[in-house]
Design a protein. Structure first.
Ligand code: HEC
Length: 258
């Protein structure tokens, strides 16, 4: 007699019913017509389901890309990295006094370690047979606290960010504008104004606005360059009158985005 003769591997995804823990499970031969061969029948079905799910998921993400941080503009040194939305809750808890600074190890290792460690240990700590959430108050309570904390921290983090300003960092939103670098005023602009207004008048987030489509006359521009305006400090321009005229002319010649 061959070993394993007449033996069939069957797939079974039922969860053991612990109330009959001491009874020996019935043999599958007692369910005639309800068993199927593991190979190839069961496995083929599993593969099919898996493939359909994967392809569906692929179509979904291709059709609706997830809202991730936009690609950073490499020309922008003012860029402050921010985690994608699904990690914002971890990022947010680092803002608490006792999870940052000297205590940052608590925020980076301690709290996440506790949370994920508890998840790992959950099956060992909580061995109750009940499957209703109401019968497992500790596990249910911990999970609820975890979910609520995650949602709340994510919300707080999202609310604290100036998304309009961040959008300016994106390459996609980078203004496609090129100035005439052969203009005699270009060099003066580079030396005095580029650090805040960008090499192509596109602005630098957090430092200075773009200088595109400005309505100002040459006189006004010269005045702003020397005396500043609003948050722009005076004395940014440093040079001769001729350079100042060329600078104003450079901006007027290149300000139009049309
Ligand atoms: C230290 C950064 C900084 C430098 C350098 C700088 N600017 Fe500015 N500039 C600003 C800021 C900030 C504003 C916005 C002021 C406001 O509206 O409060 C501004 C505004 C302006 C405006 C007005 C824009 C508008 O929409 O009306 C002009 C024009 C301008 N700058 C020209 C220049 C020129 C020309 C130079 C070079 C001589 C220069 N800036 C250098 C920071 C700077």
């Amino acid at each position: 007699m061959h070993r394993g003769k007449g033996m069939k591997f069957v797939g079974d995804s039922r969860i053991q019913d612990r109330s009959e823990r001491n009874t020996i499970p019935k043999d599958y031969s007692e369910y005639p017509g309800r068993t199927e061969a593991f190979w190839p029948n069961f496995l083929l079905k599993e593969w099919l389901v898996g493939a359909v799910f994967l392809i569906g998921f692929l179509c979904l993400v291709a059709a609706a890309p997830s809202p991730l941080e936009t690609q950073a503009d490499p020309n922008n040194s003012a860029y402050i990295p921010l985690p994608d939305w699904y990690f914002l809750f971890l990022y947010e808890q680092l803002k608490f006094e006792y999870a940052a600074g000297d205590y940052v190890i608590i925020g980076t290792v301690g709290i996440p370690g506790l949370a994920f460690g508890a998840l790992l240990l959950a099956p060992f700590l909580d061995r109750g047979p009940g499957r209703r959430p109401s019968k497992r108050p500790i596990a249910t309570g911990m999970m609820l606290i975890g979910v609520i904390a995650t949602i709340w921290l994510t919300y707080e983090s999202v609310a604290a960010v100036d998304w309009d300003e961040r959008a300016e960092y994106s390459v996609e939103n980078a203004v496609e504008h090129e100035v005439d670098e052969s203009h005699p005023g270009y060099e003066t602009f580079v030396n005095n104004c580029m650090s805040c207004h960008g090499g192509n008048l596109e602005g630098e987030p957090g430092l200075g606005p773009d200088l595109l489509d400005l309505p100002h006359t040459a006189e006004v521009l010269q005045e702003i360059a020397v005396e500043g305006i609003g948050d722009m400090p005076p004395g940014m321009f440093d040079g001769t009158d001729e350079e100042l005229e060329q600078l104003a002319d450079f901006i007027i010649e290149n300000t139009s985005t049309e």
